[in-house]
Write a protein that binds this ligand. Sequence first.
Ligand SMILES: Nc1ncnc2c1ncn2[C@@H]1O[C@H](COP(=O)(O)OP(=O)(O)O)[C@@H](O)[C@H]1O
Length: 219
Amino acid sequence: MLLCKLASIASFLHLQEKVACLSKVTKGDDMSNKRVQQQIKKSLSPELYQHSVGVAEMAVILAKQLGYDEKKAYLAGLLHDCARDWTERDLLRYAEKNGIEADKFSQKYPVLLHAAVGAAYVQDWGVDDNEILAAIRNHTLGYPGMSLLEQITYVADKIEQGRTYPGVEELRRTVHADFYQGLLAVAEQSISYILHKRQPLHPATISFWNWLVGQSKGE
Ligand SMILES: Nc1ncnc2c1ncn2[C@@H]1O[C@H](COP(=O)(O)OP(=O)(O)O)[C@@H](O)[C@H]1O
């Protein structure tokens, strides 16, 4: 009888241990998320941090609209510009040291490396979700066949609440009415902006545009 009671107490304690362990893992996730949030706040200028929070919040709105994981969308948005404040020299040096390919275009315009460098850099903070890393890596140039999280981050970057350029309100309306029409309109706006400044367009963005147009025509 006593043995039986002891056994049931032991099994109860074992269960409790298991529950405690499980909640530690969950807590650990929340804590590491918190740590990442503190890291990013420390790493950015107040303006860029505000933009990043804006992108994270808009990414959550879009994730809700599209039925995507809101936590992942938030983190991708928050971290997307983590290397945007770096100097050209630091971007080039980091890329070289970490085996990040700087194509001819990026060698000439190293600011474009902030996306790929950012995706490598956040791994030091423990961010290892491949979808989030890809969303950071591709948020500036785009490419054909972007994943949903990459598209969300790309769009959120251009229409977050802090953006005030002419036409942004209309873009927000289009995105919320039909995300894919909105994506096309956002890409059109940001490509036109670069062309208007008479700047060259990265080849990945040309392919991205051609893909988007094809998609919109059902090709
Ligand atoms: N697809 C592209 N091709 C060539 N240059 C680009 C492209 N996208 C952005 N740029 C240029 O890179 C710089 C930084 O881009 P980005 O970080 O997206 O702008 P912002 O600081 O407005 O968010 C800008 O000067 C922009 O003109």
